[in-house]
Ligand binder design. Structure first.
Ligand code: PGA
Length: 290
């Protein structure tokens, strides 16, 4: 029988830090930047996963004092192993998953439920990543179900949207608008502030740092996303964090954060390289302090 276990919901802007004596202290720094690591189907073994975390925790700790929330989204099989490290004695970052199943219980071989995610202390989940939409045939309806489940459980959904190509007639804007509408179908309008949007143009994912979207275009798209959301959900939606993802590196992160005026980054390839990802976290701290 499925047992609902509620894990207390912490406001996003309160980071819990542990002192050496293991006393919990709260950083009052208001979170203004989310730096999310999407490890995808990497690394190939658990020791490497632990090593990546060890390599980035110092930057995550230091940046947390400046209002940067680092969210680690490993493959599900490593999440339980990393949970005590990420959330335990170091307690400076949050744990998320890269996906969750759209039903909370039942016979679904291989699936991971939202309550499993919650039971290990994860507080974020990436939903609707383009690789899942395109390669695994995920539909808007399933994505909306996942968003609704996450919200009902107190988990923050990081909803990915983004066009495949940028045409010159602005049709990509329709694509983004339609994805937002369909993926958020059925949510309680009051929940809109509990969602994070990750804008990830598909054409910019997994390339070199020169192929990322230009900061001015990112900024324009962020404004369009807020306009779409406020038209539907009212002025509260203007505060929804909008992250950018797509070939982010330590080289382009400072300009994207500053001139793109996004509220953080969703980082794939470079989140597996501790020096790179630490530099990206540091860039966010630099922008957060301005
Ligand atoms: P990338 O991946 O940083 O390797 O482009 C981003 C993503 O797919 O989330």
């Amino acid at each position: 029988m499925f047992m609902k276990k509620k894990i207390s919901k912490k406001p996003n802007n309160m980071l819990k830090l542990k002192t050496k004596k293991n006393n919990t202290v709260k950083s009052k720094a208001k979170v203004t930047q989310f730096i999310v690591a999407n490890w995808k189907m990497n690394p190939p073994h658990k020791e490497a996963a632990m090593a990546i975390w060890s390599g980035i925790k110092k930057a995550a700790l230091e940046a947390s004092a400046s209002g940067v929330k680092t969210v680690i989204c490993p493959p599900a099989v490593y999440a339980g192993l990393l949970a005590p490290k990420v959330l335990g004695s170091e307690g400076v970052a949050a744990l998320g998953l890269q996906d969750v199943f759209y039903e909370n219980e039942g016979s679904y071989t291989g699936a991971v439920s939202i309550s499993m995610l919650q039971s290990i202390g994860a507080t974020y989940v990436i939903v609707g990543h383009s690789e899942r939409r395109i390669k695994l045939g995920e539909t808007d309806a399933q994505i909306a179900q996942k968003v609704n489940l996450a919200l009902a459980t107190g988990i923050t959904p990081i909803l990915c949207v983004g066009e495949h190509t940028r045409d010159t007639h602005g049709q990509y804007l329709d694509v983004i608008r339609d994805q937002l509408k369909a993926s958020l179908a059925g949510i309680d309008p009051k929940s809109i502030r509990k969602i994070i949007i990750a804008y990830e143009p598909v054409w910019a994912i997994g390339k070199t740092d020169k192929d990322a979207m230009k900061p001015s275009d990112i900024h324009e798209t962020k404004i369009f996303i807020h306009k779409t959301l406020t038209d539907i959900y009212g002025s509260d939606a203007a505060k929804v964090p909008v992250l950018y993802g797509g070939s982010v590196s330590s080289v382009n992160a400072p300009a994207i954060l500053e001139n793109g005026e996004v509220d953080g980054l969703l980082v794939g390839g470079k989140s597996l390289i501790p020096e790179e990802f630490s530099a990206i976290i540091n860039a966010a701290a630099g922008v957060a302090l301005k």
